[in-house]
Design a protein around this ligand. Structure first.
Ligand SMILES: Cc1cc2nc3c(=O)[nH]c(=O)nc-3n(C[C@H](O)[C@H](O)[C@H](O)COP(=O)(O)O)c2cc1C
Ligand code: SF4
Length: 442
């Protein structure tokens, strides 16, 4: 197998990697030039044929999503760039925006040409101050150099990018919550259909794509679809619905490891490889008890599942929700899963937007039940109750508008199924947590 060479992170150690001068010196904006010489539909087909799947969490095929836009629409058509990045443990978009903002801007411009959009809205997580400053400066450089604005590169293509700082809530990352927030409203996800491609921002056709997805688009234009498909995992021949997991992926590793990191690797590496070969192993000479495969909303791998390939299919085969954001969070064997799960539940309860009763109440109930267990008053019945609540909330059981609820349910289902011993010991010992959380404070 040929040695893998990072492309998305290739420039991050270059001095001044965020400036237009170094980006152009390294061949930047040649992919845009190439794209502008192609018909929009040909760019879309190239991206579709490459097999690129969205990197924001759901893994939806990127080029296919672009084809859902109405044909011959008079416009405007919008591109929203999802840089909300609030899934706990996830920081790959931050690397890309801080260290190589022009790679993203070039990907945005190529995507806008493909979908015939003249307006892109970059929705950036509020807390990302350096990303904001770097992107703001890079966008200004582009306007000054004729790479944004009117008649870009003299090829009759117009594009404006609006950099919008987010509202600092997890739900702003859900694509229709993001759209509502951009429109100046509370980020309440919309009932779908209509999907954004038909009716999105300002009720116009809209594509929402993640930062890393758009950086991959730029690389596909540069290197071709064959290059992209030479990396990653081919479709499962026994699963006609599997489009494969092609291309490079940024994995972030954090939690109880010696060296938290963001690394670019072919899709399909295992959690064990990430921990041992890239993150310096589990800290303090301990072992991993549990590993989050892709942000906490995906659930947990047990120590016996560390060799699961982290491609779009792998985590699902061992009972997790999916690959999610490929944010790997390691929990060591000295940590009790009751405490880990309680932290997760608190997060989702706090972040639920409250529109759907099963999510609003369910996330709160689960937090209260876990709080009861942690305060020494739990019973074995609580474990069945937790599982029952978790099984009745989310898009998958069909009771909520958005996937936050599924993300809240999965860690609960996984933790109780895979680490039941931790919960039973906690309940049987009757011990109290040292840091009780005031119920009702979330
Ligand atoms: C609660 C929730 C939070 C989300 N947060 C993000 C986020 O921060 N960034 C992101 O790109 N996608 C996020 N998503 C997924 C988006 O809804 C959407 O699928 C994605 O931005 C599409 O881009 P992609 O196709 O390029 O992956 C979230 C989804 C849910 C349900
Ligand atoms: S599932 Fe939860 S976060 Fe999503 S819309 Fe419903 S209440 Fe809001």
């Amino acid at each position: 197998m040929p040695t893998f060479e990072p492309v998305l992170l290739a420039r991050i150690n270059t001095p001044d990697s965020h400036t237009l001068a170094t980006y152009q010196r390294d061949g930047g904006y040649q992919a845009l030039r190439k794209a502008l010489d192609m018909a929009p539909a040909d760019v879309t087909n190239l991206v579709k044929d490459s097999g690129l799947r969205g990197r924001g969490g759901a893994g939806f095929p990127c080029g296919l999503k672009w084809t859902f836009l109405p044909k011959d629409h008079p416009g405007p058509i919008y591109l929203c760039i999802n840089a909300d990045e609030s899934e706990p443990g996830t920081f790959n978009n931050r690397y890309l925006m801080e260290m190589d903002p022009h790679q993203l801007i070039e990907g945005i411009a190529i995507a806008c040409h493909a979908i015939r959009s003249k307006n892109a809205y970059l929705y950036l997580r509020f807390e990302y101050g350096l990303s904001y400053r770097r992107l703001d400066a890079a966008i200004k450089e582009c306007y000054a150099a004729g790479l944004l604005g009117k008649n870009i590169l003299g090829k009759g293509f117009d594009l404006d990018i609006v950099l919008h700082r987010g509202a600092a809530a997890y739900i702003c990352g859900e694509e229709t919550g993001l759209i509502e927030s951009l429109e100046g409203k509370r980020a309440w996800p919309r009932i779908k259909p209509p999907f954004p491609a038909i009716e999105g921002l300002f009720r116009k056709p809209t594509i929402v794509n993640n930062v890393e997805t758009l950086c991959c688009v730029k690389q596909i234009l540069d290197r071709g679809k064959e290059w992209f498909q030479s990396i990653g995992v081919k479709p499962d021949p026994n699963n006609p619905r599997d489009p494969g997991s092609y291309g490079p992926k940024l994995y972030t590793v954090s939690g109880h490891v010696n060296k938290p990191c963001c690394v670019e690797l072919p899709l399909g590496v295992t959690a064990r490889e990430l921990i041992e070969e890239h993150a310096g192993g589990v800290w303090k000479g301990r072992k991993a008890k549990a590993v989050v495969p892709g942000g906490i909303s995906m659930g947990f791998l047990s120590d016996k599942e560390l060799d699961t390939p982290l491609d779009f299919n792998g985590p699902g085969k061992v009972g997790c929700l999916g690959l999610g954001t490929a944010a790997v969070v390691v929990v060591d064997d000295q940590t009790n899963m009751v405490d880990v799960l309680y932290n997760c539940a608190r997060f989702f309860s706090h972040e639920s937007c409250g529109q759907c009763t099963p999510c609003r109440e369910g996330t709160n109930w689960m937090t209260r039940i876990l709080d009861r267990i942690r305060s020494g008053n739990g019973s074995m019945r609580d474990l069945d109750l937790l599982t029952e609540v978790a099984s009745s909330m989310g898009i998958i059981p069909g009771t909520t508008i958005c996937g936050l609820s599924d993300g809240a349910a999965w860690p609960v289902k996984n933790a109780i199924q895979k680490f039941r011993g931790d919960f039973e010991d906690y309940i049987n010992s009757g011990r109290k947590s040292v840091t009780p959380y005031p119920v009702g404070a979330h």
